[in-house]
Design a protein around this ligand. Structure first.
Ligand code: FMN
Length: 170
């Protein structure tokens, strides 16, 4: 499903004890959404199930972050990171997400699982300007180079730490 929703300035905030949970198949199609996910996304359960997870993608998010997310998951690692999401009405909400691969008994990957909580304001004040810069270089670069350049920018900003160490330290 193509997301044609216009982002608005409205921002909503997770409560301290909220967890947004979803499960996807290997292609990123949603196969489970908890009640809090339904509440914050503004979609019904029926609208969410079988949709690509990018149904809540916010245009402010740099592509380089999702590239990192998929590379990390496909290498069998867990991903931790900050994500700005867009709800059905165009409003936004920031989350701190943990995403992990799920396996069957033969250790074949069968899908992905994500739990998100409220991010700290201090962490967002560090991450938001980095994402803004990444997005700006992506917009200036050609489609082919965009992700490489923005990922390189992220690497430079982290000064020797990887993204995972970095996000867990802020
Ligand atoms: C378990 C799981 C959870 C995800 N959660 C989100 C999310 O909350 N927001 C989001 O924009 N993308 C999320 N993604 C990534 C999307 O699948 C997608 O890669 C991203 O929205 C970028 O969209 P695009 O690939 O169409 O550019 C998730 C992926 C997986 C596997």
């Amino acid at each position: 499903m193509k997301n044609k929703i216009q982002p608005t300035r409205e921002e909503v905030f997770l409560r301290d004890n909220d967890f947004i949970v979803s499960k996807t198949d290997l292609k990123g199609r949603i196969i489970y959404a908890n009640k809090i996910f339904i509440e914050f996304s503004g979609y019904t359960q029926d609208e969410l199930l079988n949709s690509q997870h990018n149904i809540i993608r916010h245009p402010d998010m740099p592509r380089g972050v999702f590239e990192l997310l998929w590379k990390t998951l496909q290498s069998g690692e867990e991903f931790n990171g900050y994500v700005k999401n867009m709800s059905k009405n165009g409003g936004s909400y920031w989350v701190f997400a943990n995403v992990t691969p799920s396996y069957d008994h033969q250790k074949n990957p069968i899908g992905y699982y994500s739990v998100r909580r409220k991010p700290s304001e201090a962490a967002l004040s560090i991450i938001e300007p980095i994402y803004k810069e990444m997005l700006a270089v992506e917009k200036n670069a050609g489609a082919k180079e965009a992700i490489g350049i923005s990922t390189q920018l992220l690497t430079n900003k982290l000064q020797g730490e990887d993204y995972d160490q970095f996000v867990l330290s802020i």
